[in-house]
Ligand binder design. Sequence first.
Ligand code: AP5
Ligand code: ZN
Length: 216
Amino acid sequence: MKIVLLGPPGAGKGTQAKSISNKYSIPHISTGDIFRKNISENTPLGLEARKYIDNGQLVPDEVTINMVKDRLSQEDCKQGYLLDGFPRTVQQAEALQTFLSERGEKLDTALLIEVPRDFILERMTGRRVCPGCGASYHIKFNPPTNSGKCDLCGDNVIQRKDDTEETVMERLNVYEAQTQPLIDFYKERNMLSAVDGTKAINKVFESICAILGSAN
Ligand code: AP5
Ligand code: ZN
């Protein structure tokens, strides 16, 4: 199964991606996570990406597209994958279509998690993430059970640098200008499905499973 997850910052893409990846046994590929790993390891890619991420801007298409193509060419992607945070521009979406058609493959669906702008700020500023395993929490909606420690690996959870109010506003503007056009891109190709992302986390997951079916 090959899935693209779409939605604004804070829609719950990362949260749902973890559950989808478990249930359907497909790798969760988050471009944001790959960039953050490179930033924490001070790689050349990380140093380049940081200039954009810290300001809420997109990393240039060329860098991102090559990185994703490399990742999708790996062995564990043969049976499918879940892309979270890619594509984010029409150029990236076109590059993905070309990559797939060159291999005689296609996407199963582009799944949009719809959340209006009003919900986003509270979600983002309350988010805490685990630097160890990438798990995502929320101080109000989904707190770790053992206060301040990740349920999965026990690391201390932290706030992402780009989750300040100012940067979130910029990320929302960038989303509306550059990523929202992908909704029409996939709609025109009859590939779009959508769920209401304002519901509770488990309800959103139920809606997603109803769309993806009981495959695998
Ligand atoms: P990325 O890491 O992809 O950030 P994003 O798209 O802005 O998405 P987020 O991770 O912020 O939100 P999410 O939808 O995953 O929400 P989450 O599940 O955590 O990208 C970061 C940066 O990297 C970009 O700004 C860009 O610079 C760069 N980048 C990445 N990909 C790129 C690309 N393709 N091209 C160029 N640049 C790229 O949930 C948010 C919070 O809400 C959490 O606290 C969670 O617990 C809570 N929550 C989730 N669901 C619910 C619910 N249903 N009810 C209540 N709370 C909920
Ligand atoms: Zn963890």
